[in-house]
Ligand binder design. Structure first.
Ligand code: ZN
Length: 140
């Protein structure tokens, strides 16, 4: 890369060891989560043991990247300059179709986002890490 931008200042995620496959998959633009082979619950955030049945038989599965907005909040004043550069921005919990909840940025102005709205994932590079953000799903 020959270009430097303020976006090199994006804070990088704190990578828990259990979630290492999640971050690696994101670099391939795949959104993943864990599913328990014993009780079939979707598990997120990543665990070593199933929080529902204590099984250690957790497998990685790929999400279709679709869900609905469960809650959201719009940030008007960024905590650091790089965040301030994209204000206002919205973050929130997305209820994923596979049955787990993911916290992420939700694109669009606050007036265009609503509880229960259908959203779909897209992938953006923030510094060295690719992360999922959500945007309004195309109707139909
Ligand atoms: Zn389980």
């Amino acid at each position: 890369m020959s270009e430097t931008t303020a976006h090199n200042d994006w804070p990088q995620p704190y990578r828990l060891l259990d979630a290492a496959p999640y971050w690696a998959a994101l670099d391939e633009q795949r959104l993943t989560f864990q599913r328990c082979a014993d009780c079939a619950e979707a598990v997120w955030p990543a665990h070593s043991y199933c929080p529902y049945c204590a099984s250690s038989a957790l497998n990685w599965a790929e999400s279709a990247g679709r869900g609905t907005v469960y809650s959201f909040s719009t940030v008007m004043r960024g905590p650091t300059p790089v965040w301030a550069s994209i204000t206002p921005y919205t973050v929130g919990f997305v209820q994923m179709a596979e049955g787990y909840m993911l916290f992420a940025q939700i694109e669009g102005g606050p007036e265009s986002i609503a509880i229960d709205q259908d959203v779909t994932v897209r992938f953006v590079e923030r510094g060295a890490q690719t992360i999922p953000v959500f945007t309004a799903a195309n109707p139909g």
